[in-house]
Design a protein around this ligand. Structure first.
Ligand SMILES: C[S@@+](CC[C@H](N)C(=O)[O-])C[C@H]1O[C@@H](n2cnc3c(N)ncnc32)[C@H](O)[C@@H]1O
Length: 291
């Protein structure tokens, strides 16, 4: 998660805590950061073998207990004032390009001119992961391109964005493919941020829901999911059950060193790899499942 950022909407009432942490020998610092984000942290920045993790005060207990259960070390804990957080966010939130996609800060969106063949996404930084700066988000955006259209047997009627966070990938799905798009997340606050981003991008076909994959009804032609490898492996059979025959799955959030964990499970269950890409230690892939 080097140089990565995910930001949360500052509010006068919110108190933030900055945790400096290091990982045990058994776990790399990127994986530790990813697990702390899943436990409720709002942002993480990795430098060498330690990470600075930003947590809303209300989520601090769950993040610290996750850190303890993972045998991570707490090096420092201090409160940060909102202004400092706002400044950090603004410094870090600059336009970013992934393949055909350009993600721009919401103050600059929409721009009067975009280049031919380019899609523009506007993102309001909020509680949901996904300003577009993280490699794992970028790997999915890069795979949402013309080549994907040739892998799909038809324009998807129903697509699922599992773990939508800020809603960034749901917005991209509507802009590229259309059809009905479902953005799902277990985190209610992320969904609130996704609602803002759906509005900002004037999307009309995205339906956002708080919940889990097992609660989703029906099948999908396309599923995109930027989670972490252990969870993707755990969800493999549910993902298979929710995809139409010849449906396409795009995954990301997999630390490159752990790629074999993913491949062992998915390839042994009949998933076919169509392509994959890598960026700064993160791996993503497009797969098809034939029944
Ligand atoms: C790494 S973020 C991805 C956000 C965004 N899709 C992107 O690519 O930038 C993962 C998101 O998945 C959500 N999540 C974690 N476990 C989940 C689960 N079992 N079902 C649905 N969402 C989950 C988290 O709350 C988080 O918002």
């Amino acid at each position: 998660m080097n140089q990565s950022v995910q930001v949360s909407t500052p509010s006068g009432k919110i108190r933030w805590v900055l945790l400096s942490v290091s990982s045990p020998q058994s776990l790399d610092i990127e994986s530790l950061s990813a697990l702390l984000l899943e436990a409720g942290a709002s942002g993480a920045q990795v430098e060498a073998n330690r990470a600075e993790v930003i947590v809303r005060e209300g989520c601090c207990e769950s993040v610290l207990s996750e850190l303890e259960s993972l045998n991570g070390r707490l090096l420092e804990k201090r409160e940060v004032v909102d202004d400092e957080w706002v400044r950090r966010c603004q410094e870090l939130f600059v336009p970013v390009q992934w393949g055909d996609w350009r993600v721009v800060p919401f103050e600059e969106f929409p721009r009067s001119q975009t280049s031919f063949g380019q899609f523009e996404l506007g993102i309001i930084p909020g509680y949901g992961f996904g300003t577009g700066h993280h490699e794992s988000t970028g790997l999915v955006l890069r795979q949402l391109d013309q080549e994907l259209l040739s892998l799909l047997t038809q324009r998807p009627r129903r697509s699922l964005d599992l773990g939508t966070g800020s809603g960034i990938l749901s917005v991209a799905l509507e802009k590229l493919l259309g059809g009905a798009i479902y953005g799902l997340d277990i985190d209610e606050l992320a969904i609130k941020n996704a609602v803002e981003n759906i509005k900002l991008n004037k999307c009309s076909q995205v339906k956002l829901e708080v919940g889990t994959l097992s609660e989703m009804e029906g099948e999908f032609d396309l599923i995109v999911s930027n989670l972490y490898v252990e969870l993707l492996v755990e969800l493999e059979s549910e993902l298979a059950g929710k995809l139409e025959d010849r449906g396409v799955l795009i995954v990301s959030g997999i630390v490159s060193d752990k790629r074999s964990l993913f491949e062992d499970r998915f390839f042994s269950k009949g998933w076919v790899l169509k392509r994959s890409c890598e960026e700064k230690g993160w791996w993503g892939a497009t797969l098809v499942r034939e029944r």
